[in-house]
Every structure is written in C-alpha cells, then in structure tokens.
Write a protein that binds this ligand. Structure first.
Ligand SMILES: Nc1ncnc2c1ncn2[C@@H]1O[C@H](COP(=O)(O)OP(=O)(O)O)[C@@H](O)[C@H]1O
Ligand SMILES: O=P(O)(O)OC[C@H]1O[C@](O)(COP(=O)(O)O)[C@@H](O)[C@@H]1O
Ligand SMILES: [Mg+2]
Length: 542
C-alpha cells in the first residue's frame, strides 16, 4: 500500500497553531478550522487521521453491536496532514480492512507500448492540490491522491472479475468509458450482458449506453449479495451525484462484509454539476451540439420581423451548458439559468429588455436552462412530483416562457414571431466529440489503475488538469453550480448585455453564501488572514 507523505509537524500542533477567532462577518478558516470542517461533516463522523507516516485508525465495527455497525456504515474521512497546512483527503484501500493481502508486480511493465515511457508508474506519494492558486504565506491546502498505474497491484489480471453499471440520464461518452474499462458483467442475472473486446470495439461511436440505464431501484443488500454471489471483485459505477451516493453505500456494505472488492466511480453528468472536478465528460460535447440549436434559433429569428428564438438546454440545478453555449455562440442576447433568479415585469425585468432589444436589433435569441425560473412557474402551476430517483420533475420553462412572452407582446400590441426549440434529448443522445472521447479514455484508464492498486470507495476525477482519486463523500456533499459572483458569469453578462436581475443586496447575499460554502467544502483559502499563517514547521507565524 502507498505510504502517506511524511510530515515533520504533528497535526495537533499545526491545528493548535492555526486557531483564531472569527475576524468579521465571513469567517475565513484557519488550517485547524479546515481540518475540523473535514472531521465534522454531518455524514462523516468516523475519522482516520494520519500524521506523518503513522496510520491511526478509529473504527467502531470491532464491537459488533448495532451502534457499531451503524457507525461502520457511515463514510470515513481519511486525512493525512503535512507541513505548511498540507492536507491529503485520502481514499480508502482494501488493505484498510484486509491488511494481509498479497501484491503482484503490475503486468503493464511488460507491455511493449509502454516500454518507451520514461517513468510509467506514478510515485505512490504523489498528490494533486485542489486549489491551483496559492500564496507563499498561505497554507498548501487540500490534496487528493494522484491517479495512475502503480508498480504493485492487488489483483492478478486473471483474477479480475469486474462489472460496470451505468445509472441516471444519458450523457455523451458513456460508451467510451465502458469500452475503455474493458468488459465484464453487471448486477442482475436477467439483466446483464457479457462484454468482450470485440463487442465493445466500436461502441464509442454510438450515443447512449450499451448497458442501458435507469433511475431508482437501488437496493444495497441485493446489489452486494449479487456482487458476492457472482464473485465480482471490481465494481465500476458510471453516474452522476445520485449514482455516486449509491456507490458510496455499496462500498460501505462491501467493507462491512470484509470483501476484497474495489468500488470505483466515474462521474457522469451532462449538467457538469459534480463538484471538485474540472468538468464532467460529455459537457464539452453538449456545449458544442447546443450551438446547432442556437444557430437555428438565430437564423429563424433573424429571418422574421421581431423574431425571437428561444432555446431550452439541459441543466436541472446548474446552468453550465446554457452559460458556456451562450459564451461560445455570441448570438445569444439573454441567458437564463437556475442559479440566477429573474423576473418578468417592470424596470430591470425580462420584458423591458426584450422590448429594447427588438427595437434595437429587430430580432433576438434567448437561451434558457431547464431548471431556470422554477420558482416563478410554481407560483401558477402545480409541481410535478419526483422521479424514481427522488429528483424533482421540472416544469417546462421553455413552453411557459414562450407563452408568457407571447401574452406580453399581445398586451402591448406588438407582433412578434417566436420559435421555441427544445433540443435537450437530441443533445444528450449523441456520441461524444473528440475531446470528450480522449477525456473518457483517460478517465477509464485512471479508474482501472486505482482499482488494480487496491483503492476503493473513490471517484476518479480531473482536478487542475491532473487525474486523481477523490473520496465519494467529496463528490456528493454538494452540487457544482455556476457562481453568479465570479468573473465567468460577468463575462457572459457583458457579452449579452442582458440585465443581471439582481439587486445590490442579492449580490451581497450571493457572495456571502458562496464564501460560506467554499469555506466549508473547498478547504483553506489561498489567502488566509495574517494571523492564520502557518510556517513550514506547523507553528503559527505572527
Ligand atoms: N442516496 C442514495 N443512496 C443510494 N442510491 C441512490 C441515492 N441517490 C440516488 N441513488 C440511486 O442512484 C441512481 C441514479 O441516480 P439519479 O439521480 O437518477 O442519476 P444521477 O446519478 O445521474 O444523478 C438511481 O438508481 C438512484 O436510485
Ligand atoms: O428525463 P430524464 O431522463 O429523467 O432526465 C432529465 C434530466 O437528466 C439530465 O440530463 C441529467 O441529470 P442526471 O445527471 O441527474 O442524470 C438533466 O439535465 C435532466 O434534468
Ligand atoms: Mg443527478
């Protein structure tokens, strides 16, 4: 097993030195506070804290009673602290609960294709920092274990009996990931397909998933029974936040049963709503494909008097596709996303802006993310309940908005030509583009390397351009959202010239909220206050 990085200062020393009182309305975390945030997460009561090279495990399952079993079923936070406010949020390893497993030399070293590589195996101590921007006097911050092939592996090739499962909505690139992981079996007897190099040969050129997908129906005990009965020892789970949550529960049950089974996730979401990682696969493809719909809307709008082209794009809670598709297109006059509430009537409202834009330009294009304006719609329509996975079913903002715009212009006796385009399912059903294909391939390789090395209970992800292994709880504890207080959203506002729909107070509230969230979830900030400085020996610098 990979040994954690050495640290000259003890965590308690570093933690003690970092403690400071809250200096203002926004409490900037010291390294100690940050550690406490990690340790105190509601759903993560069990902690394995590693100082330097010594692992100290604090686990309750040995007691064997119900409380201990319940505690054992909760996710575990595995921390390694080092010099200068360094924190590694490590992932579980099969050796954590099966300490005496044999290891084997990685068969890849005999692969002629890789013989030219200078240093093929990654150093087991390599970690990837979560925040790319740090200051010389700031803490080094949060890190994740670097992905890649290890010299020693915990599974012999012949012994591997893997399964792949895809869940949730479709996303371009699913088949590429399946193809690159290689093929094995799924969970349920009447619902599995055997994959072979031949059968997966050209699936990356097809949209959808050759395995099929579904929502709901997660039954942890049945799934783990099935894994056990079939002798599966590597489980690859491709899916979004819901799926990764499900994978976390499967992993906990597998650990409770003491099975030598690696459970690894590959984050899938066209919405790009998974936190921590740079972007999710399929997102790039979706933004590219959305251009076709936006172009069509622009052509339609530009060819009619007072033409309005309205395009709905996916994005349940996160408007990234709409945001980036708008920025890429430059033909869009207004982009509406779930993160930025808007209103229709009055000064600064959508209708005034539409009237102005039509007067100036004779036509316009609006892009709306499917989760935008749901509160507004709910004022007049009943909610649609939940899907089988428990996600709220959204009301169609595109149809609603089309109706509202038509009613408004009728009221002010202005003739308009509105064309509504909903390309959502067409976008997510296409195969991945070249860039996503390469991304999926590399993610698939990284996840297999992790499982072979015995890591488990992790999701593979790209952070600051490097692949790493991220504990499940980090991926599922919050959603990645468009930050309406950062430069990227400002760039969009300046490119479309649309109103921000936000009052000064809304902006202040949004800033406070985002700062609070990043304090809790993202680790120490790059610019801690002077009193929070920590020297390389872990002592506070005054
Ligand atoms: N908290 C959870 N525990 C166990 N399984 C879950 C949990 N949340 C979602 N799931 C399961 O994960 C699968 C996919 O979830 P869903 O929300 O539909 O898609 P996505 O993974 O794309 O977000 C479903 O089968 C759902 O039942
Ligand atoms: O109609 P469906 O198939 O339930 O999917 C709709 C949802 O699926 C998505 O495409 C992806 O959502 P998930 O990542 O949760 O699967 C959303 O953008 C959309 O709201
Ligand atoms: Mg989801």
């Amino acid at each position: 097993m990979a040994s954690p990085p050495t640290a000259s200062a003890s965590a308690s020393e570093a933690a003690e030195s970092g403690r400071r009182s809250a200096p203002g309305p926004i409490d900037v975390p010291s390294p100690r506070d940050h550690l406490h945030h990690l340790l105190d997460r509601r759903d993560t009561p069990r902690v394995v804290h590693v100082e330097g090279t010594t692992m100290q495990r604090q686990r309750g399952e040995a007691a064997g009673d119900a409380a201990a079993a319940a505690a054992a079923a909760k996710p575990e936070v595995k921390l390694v602290t080092g010099d200068g406010g360094y924190v590694l949020e490590d992932v579980p390893h099969v050796c954590d609960y099966l300490p005496d497993l044999p290891t084997y030399s990685n068969p890849l070293q005999d692969n002629p294709a890789y013989s030219v590589v200078k240093q093929y195996f990654v150093n087991p101590d390599d970690t990837v920092c979560q925040k790319a921007i740090v200051r010389k006097d700031g803490p080094r911050g949060n890190h994740f274990r670097r992905a890649g092939p290890r010299q020693r592996v915990f599974f012999e090739s012949d012994e591997v009996h893997a399964c792949i499962v895809t869940c949730g909505g479709l996303c371009p690139g699913l088949n590429t990931v399946i193809r690159e992981i290689g093929g094995y079996r799924g969970f349920y007897a009447c619902n599995t397909i055997d994959l072979s190099p031949k059968s997966v040969n050209d699936i990356h050129k097809r949209g959808g998933t050759v395995l099929g997908t579904s929502r709901g129906g997660h039954d942890t005990m049945k799934i783990v029974d099935s894994i056990q009965d079939r002798g599966i020892n590597q489980v690859y789970v491709i899916g979004g936040d819901g799926t990764q949550r499900g994978a976390g529960v499967i992993f906990e049950e597998i650990r409770r049963r003491g099975l030598k089974v690696a459970v690894a996730g590959i984050p899938k979401t066209i919405d790009n709503d998974i936190p921590v990682i740079d972007r999710s696969f399929g997102f790039d493809t979706a933004v590219e494909e959305a251009q076709r719909a936006i172009n069509a809307a622009h052509v339609e709008a530009g060819s009619a008097e007072n033409g309005i082209g309205l395009v709905k794009l996916m994005g349940r809670h996160s408007g990234f596709i709409a945001h980036y598709a708008t920025l890429a297109s430059r033909d869009v006059d207004c982009c509406l996303i779930p993160e930025s509430p808007f209103y229709l009537e009055g000064e600064g409202g959508l209708f005034r802006y539409l009237e102005k834009r039509l007067k100036e330009n004779g036509h316009m294009v609006i892009v709306v993310a499917e989760g935008a304006g749901q509160k507004l719609i709910n004022e007049t329509k009943e909610s649609m309940g939940k899907d089988a996975s428990g996600n709220s079913i959204l009301l169609d903002v595109g149809l609603w908005l089309s109706q509202k715009i038509k009613e408004h212009f009728k009221k002010i006796k202005t003739t308009i030509n509105l064309k509504y385009i909903d390309p959502t399912y067409m976008i997510r059903a296409i195969p991945s583009n070249a860039s996503d294909n390469v991304y999926c391939t590399l993610l698939a390789h990284s996840v297999v390397h992790g499982a072979m090395a015995g890591y488990t209970g992790f999701t593979v992800g790209q952070v600051n351009g490097r692949h790493c292994y991220i504990p499940f709880y980090r991926i599922t504890e919050k959603q990645n959202k468009v930050s309406i207080t950062d430069r990227m959203w400002a760039r969009l506002l300046s490119s479309t010239n649309q109103p921000s729909f936000l009052s000064k107070k809304d902006v202040e509230d949004a800033k406070m909220e985002e700062e609070r969230a990043s304090k809790f979830f993202d680790g120490p900030p790059p610019n801690p206050k002077v009193e929070d400085k920590v020297a390389s020996n872990g002592k506070a610098v005054k």
